[in-house]
Ligand binder design. Structure first.
Ligand SMILES: [Zn+2]
Ligand SMILES: [Zn+2]
Length: 317
C-alpha cells in the first residue's frame, strides 16, 4: 500500500494523480454495466434472427469478415472518393457476399439500427466475433480510432466506455440522463477525462478536482440503474474517499494511470514531463517490489512452520 502523500511531490500533481485515479475508478465502476447490457443486446438480436429466419436456436457464424458483411461503399469503412482500400474483389475475405449461416447481415443491420447516429465505427470491429464475442459489438459504438486492438472491456479506456453508453440507444432505458442531448452527465464526464488526460503540466487545482470528482460521482449514482449497481457503488465509495483523502490507493492503480499517461505523453512528445512521471512510476514499482519481498518472506515462514508441524506429527506416530 502506498499513501498518495508519500509518493508525490507537489499539491497540484497530487491532485492530478487523484483526478486520473478517479477516472480509472469510474471506468471500473461502469465496465460490467456496459458489457452486461450489450450481452443482453447480442442475445436479443440473435433470438430475433433465429425467429425471423427460422434458424435453430444457438446458430452462430464466425466465418464472415467485416469486408464480407459491409457493402461497398459503406460510411466509416470504405475509402472515400477513390478506389476502396478495404474491399478487393480478387480476395474472397475482402469481397461483400451473403453469410453462409444467414445471420451476419442481420446482425450488422441491428448494430446500425441501435446506433444513435447510424454511424457504427466499423473499422474497429471484426465481424467474425459478432455472434460469440460481445466486445466486437461494443467496439462498433466506440470512437472510430484507437480501439481496433481492444480485446476485453478491461483494456478499454473510460472514453471508449462512455462512447458505448452515448451511442447505443439501449442505454436510454438504463439512465435518467438525457443521452440524446449534447449536455448530459456522460458528456460532462467525457470532458473531465479529456481535461485530465490533456493537462499539459499534470496539475489540477483543489476546486477543479472536487468539481471533476463530483461529476463522476453523479454519473455513477444515476438513479435509473447505477445507483443500485454494486460495482458503481464501490466506485462511488472510492471516489468519496479520494475526495477526503482517506483512500489507501493500491500501487497497481497508480502504475496503471501513470503508464497510461506515459503512453499518451510519449505519443505527444511532451518530453519535459516524462521524467516526472517516470520517477513516480519507479517509486510505485519499488513499493510493489518491497511488498512482494515481504509476502515472499511470510510465505516462506508459513511453509517452514507447516513443514515443522508435519514433521512433528510424523514423529508422534
Ligand atoms: Zn469498400
Ligand atoms: Zn456470417
Amino acid at each position: 500500500m502506498a499513501a498518495l502523500v508519500q509518493t508525490t511531490e507537489t499539491k497540484g500533481f497530487q491532485n492530478w494523480l487523484r483526478g486520473a485515479l478517479a477516472v480509472l475508478f469510474a471506468k471500473q465502476g461502469l465496465q460490467s454495466f456496459v458489457i452486461d447490457e450489450l450481452t443482453q443486446f447480442q442475445r436479443d438480436v440473435l433470438t430475433s434472427i433465429f425467429k425471423n429466419k427460422n434458424l435453430p436456436i444457438g446458430t452462430t457464424c464466425t466465418n464472415c469478415t467485416t469486408e464480407n458483411v459491409l457493402y461497398c461503399p459503406t460510411q466509416n469503412f470504405c475509402t472515400k472518393g477513390q478506389k476502396c482500400n478495404m474491399h478487393d474483389p480478387s480476395v474472397a475475405d475482402k469481397t461483400p457476399q451473403p453469410c453462409s449461416n444467414n445471420i451476419c447481415h442481420d446482425v450488422k443491420d441491428a448494430i446500425r439500427h441501435e446506433h444513435r447516429y447510424k454511424g457504427p465505427s466499423w473499422k474497429n470491429t471484426n465481424a467474425k466475433g459478432w455472434c460469440t464475442d460481445v466486445i466486437e459489438i461494443a467496439k462498433c459504438y466506440m470512437p472510430p480510432d484507437g480501439y481496433t486492438n481492444v480485446t476485453t472491456i478491461t483494456d478499454t479506456d473510460f472514453n471508449g466506455i462512455l462512447a458505448v453508453i452515448l451511442n447505443n440507444k439501449r442505454f436510454k432505458c438504463k439512465m435518467t440522463a438525457p443521452l440524446n442531448k449534447p449536455d448530459n452527465v456522460c458528456t460532462e464526464a467525457r470532458e473531465v477525462s479529456r481535461v485530465i488526460r490533456h493537462s499539459a503540466d499534470l496539475n489540477i487545482s483543489d476546486t477543479d478536482l472536487t468539481k471533476y470528482t463530483d461529476i463522476l460521482i453523479r454519473l455513477l449514482s444515476d438513479p435509473a440503474y447505477l445507483a443500485a449497481d454494486q460495482n458503481a457503488k464501490t466506485a462511488v465509495d472510492k471516489l468519496n474517499q479520494l475526495k477526503t483523502n482517506t483512500l489507501t490507493v493500491i500501487t497497481a492503480d497508480i502504475i496503471t494511470v501513470l503508464d497510461k499517461t506515459l503512453k499518451d505523453i510519449t505519443e505527444k512528445q511532451r518530453d519535459n514531463v516524462v521524467q516526472e512521471v517516470s520517477e513516480e512510476r519507479r517509486k510505485a514499482k519499488e513499493d510493489i517490489e518491497e511488498r512482494r519481498q515481504r509476502q515472499r518472506k511470510t510465505l516462506k515462514k508459513r511453509r517452514y512452520s507447516q513443514l515443522n508441524s508435519s514433521w512433528a506429527m510424523l514423529k508422534l506416530r
